[in-house]
Design a protein around this ligand. Structure first.
Ligand code: BMX
Ligand code: ZN
Length: 295
């Protein structure tokens, strides 16, 4: 069968046709995520992106930012979506495509794909996937089973607190790692430091060019992620952590995480590997996960 896979992130929305037999992407297109709190704006953008892909598809598999429960997207951090905090994702896309439609969280989908992409007969039992991008997302595979959670919440590690006195996150909590270490946070810290509007990408570029203040921002982000990995490893007995997202896969970022972990006792240091499927893990993970329900 052919899957129309959709990946809805805080920065971009990608759509692709995936051949379920081979797990290969045959056609792909992406747009910038509309930043509006009005669901109608979101629906219109999805309709124009998806329409050209409908004819060859048998079903739709969505990986989306936000908590996905019973087909409804609830933003934990509405700031990531221009203030949009509730969207009838499955109903809207079913209405557009007239196809059977399924949805799950983006990081959970990517976690699943990265897990099944590990070499066969591996010894991986407990794996965490972390995406450091617009936000910080996560997906947990425990006892080789993806955890989606009874309410869809499992894996939302971006909202664990790393600085009790830190800035208030869009989720309402103070000092979440997403608020201090995500791509958005890196941009905000750069904006405050250089006293001009900066994106996370610009700050990263400056760090790569040797600007020491920008490099400090990147290092604090990687150090916070390393601390989170150590905490989750000792809670969940993680053996493998896969790093993804535009920041997570940027030059040297994984090495920085590894450096900070190396300072900790051995029990706190799982195997750290960069995501194999880069920006396509969400699309491929949702396609694979829901192909099982279709057949
Ligand atoms: C946020 C949260 C997660 C998501 C993560 C990464 C929202 C809208 N999203 O923590 O559900 O997995 O961001 O999302 O609350 P991305 O857009 O950065 O890929
Ligand atoms: Zn938060």
């Amino acid at each position: 069968s052919v899957c129309l896979a959709v990946d809805i992130g805080g920065t971009k929305i990608a759509a692709a046709l995936v051949d379920s037999a081979t797990n290969h992407i045959v056609d792909r297109h992406q747009i910038v995520t509309p930043k509006s709190q009005h669901p109608a704006v979101f629906s219109a953008a999805l309709a124009s992106l998806l329409t050209p892909f409908i004819a060859p598809a048998d079903f739709v598999a969505i990986a989306s930012t936000g908590i996905i429960n019973n087909g409804i997207l609830t933003a934990l951090n509405p700031a990531n979506l221009g203030g949009l905090n509730r969207f009838e994702l499955v109903d809207e896309i079913q209405h557009i495509t007239k196809l059977p439609t399924y949805a799950m969280n983006d990081a959970q989908a990517a976690a699943w794909y990265e897990f099944i992409s590990l070499t066969p007969n591996n010894n991986t039992h407990n794996m965490l996937f972390i995406t450091i991008s617009t936000g910080i997302g996560g997906g947990l595979v425990l006892n080789q089973q993806l955890q989606t959670g009874a309410r869809g919440i499992s894996g939302h590690i971006g909202h664990t607190v790393v600085d009790a006195n830190g800035p208030v996150c869009g989720c309402g909590r103070q000092g979440c790692i997403e608020k201090v270490a995500s791509g958005t946070a890196i941009g905000e810290l750069g904006t405050a430091l250089f006293k001009r509007p900066c994106t996370g990408q610009e700050v990263y570029q400056l760090a790569l060019e040797g600007n020491s203040e920008a490099l400090n921002i990147i290092h604090s982000s990687a150090a916070a992620v390393a601390e989170l990995i150590a905490n989750l490893t000792i809670s969940l007995d993680l053996d493998t952590v896969v790093i993804g997202g535009s920041v997570g896969l940027a030059p040297h970022y994984c090495e920085y995480i590894q450096q900070y972990l190396n300072e900790k006792p051995e029990l706190y240091r799982p195997r750290i590997i960069p995501a194999k499927s880069g920006g396509d893990a969400g699309l491929l993970g949702a396609a694979h996960w829901f192909a099982r329900q279709e057949s």
